[in-house]
Design a protein around this ligand. Structure first.
Ligand code: SF4
Length: 239
């Protein structure tokens, strides 16, 4: 994913856990090795420019649902202290009581201090991780996710929500369903992302996507704890 235009960085999600969502920009994912992802190309090392852009995007947030999701093609740590403070003050001013962020596993020890930082203003933090699958051999040897062989309970000790990647070669109806059920057992919410082609080597598998759409999607379509993104822009942000 190349740099995202400013007009594609704010959206409103009206179904399932209604919330506003912003795609902010930071210094970029520090892992950058996942073999299916080029989201991290949306970054800048110019922190002043990032902060100014993020401030303009955050100015669109109304607080109408009291819930805000902040994503940034990386982890919350890549946003910098100034943007995090802007987000915290926005939550106070717009009466937003719950803030969602995302993070790679490598930053897990920085999550508790972030929760405490927001809790000082009575704001709850929900942290999401892109685990992609709980099959650690598949995840690490094929996707190169950088989480080693951690099991769901270890992940859930730090994270509230999980993203899964489906529609890629090697997955079956049973494996995709098993991952969703494990996600629901250990996490508050599950977000299933269907693979879309990008500049990285792993490609979507049309047959696996067809299996998902015919056998999995109907079962979870109305589950309020499951978001399904058939296209990676279904939340209304990004390209
Ligand atoms: S999927 Fe996440 S952790 Fe992996 S390279 Fe992309 S932004 Fe980084």
């Amino acid at each position: 994913m190349a740099a995202v235009p400013e007009n594609l960085r704010y959206s409103i999600i009206t179904i399932k856990n209604p919330r506003e969502i912003v795609l902010l920009r930071g210094t970029g994912c520090q892992w950058r090795r996942c073999r299916f992802c080029d989201y991290h190309l949306d970054f800048s090392h110019d922190m002043a420019d990032n902060e100014a852009l993020n401030r303009r995007v955050l100015s669109l947030v109304s607080g109408k649902y009291g819930v805000l999701e902040c994503i940034n093609s990386g982890s919350f740590v890549d946003l910098g202290a100034s943007t995090l403070e802007d987000i915290r003050m926005l939550c106070v001013n717009k009466k937003i009581g719950t803030i969602h962020f995302e993070s790679h596993w490598m930053h897990r020890e920085q999550i508790a201090p972030l929760r405490e930082y927001f809790l000082q203003k009575d704001i709850k933090t929900k942290m999401k991780i892109g685990a992609e699958t709980f099959d650690s051999l598949f995840r690490e040897s094929y996707l190169d996710k950088g989480m080693r062989d951690v099991v769901p309970a270890e992940i859930a000790a730090y994270f509230d929500e999980v993203c899964l990647l489906q529609g890629i070669p090697g997955q079956t109806v049973a494996s995709m369903k098993r991952d969703i059920e494990t996600g629901l057992a250990y996490f508050e919410r599950v977000c299933v992302n269907i693979m879309t082609a990008n500049t990285k080597p792993i490609m979507p598998d049309p047959q696996v996507i067809s299996l998902f759409l015919n056998n999995i999607e109907p079962e979870y379509r109305d589950n309020p704890r499951v978001d399904i993104l058939v296209n990676n822009t279904d939340f209304g942000v990004g390209v």
